[in-house]
Design a protein around this ligand. Structure first.
Ligand code: CO
Length: 139
């Protein structure tokens, strides 16, 4: 496998609306996508476009959201994960398993409508890492 394109940086936030206002006012963001729910992951998501990648704002959705614990430890929110693209999600899963890196769950549909999985941060130098199959149209 070859390291692919950085697709996005995931940023947990208690409020997408407040974070969007901050990215617009302080960072000069101009392209902000429509927010949407990802019930399977227990999160609401909103992408802010930078010229070379995106910021994925993640807000808890429901009481057992996957990011409740993160926000309890980081009440202001903060950097949550990085996401790299791969051409084939199943090949990538086999690759990481072969390297002894723990894959968290089975590939599932992520925020861009393509399959994703996460890698255990303890096997990734402390960085929660999302692996995402590249959208087909983009290539
Ligand atoms: Co993500």
């Amino acid at each position: 496998m070859k390291l692919g394109r950085l697709n996005h940086v995931g940023v947990a936030t208690p409020s997408i609306a407040d974070s969007v206002a901050h990215y617009r006012a302080v960072m000069g963001a101009t392209v902000v996508r429509e927010a949407f729910d990802l019930p399977a992951q227990g999160v609401r998501v909103c992408f802010v476009d930078a010229p070379n990648c995106q910021i994925e704002l993640i807000e808890p959705l429901g009481a057992d959201s996957a990011i409740i614990g993160f926000l309890a430890k980081n009440p202001l929110g903060g950097q949550h994960h990085v996401c790299f693209e791969v051409p084939d999600i199943h090949e990538a899963k086999a690759w990481f398993e072969g390297k002894g890196v723990r894959v968290l769950g089975e590939p599932r549909i992520g925020a861009h409508g393509t399959p994703i999985f996460f890698l255990h941060p303890k096997d990734m130098g402390g960085v929660l890492t999302e692996i995402m199959e590249s959208p087909r149209q983009a290539h």
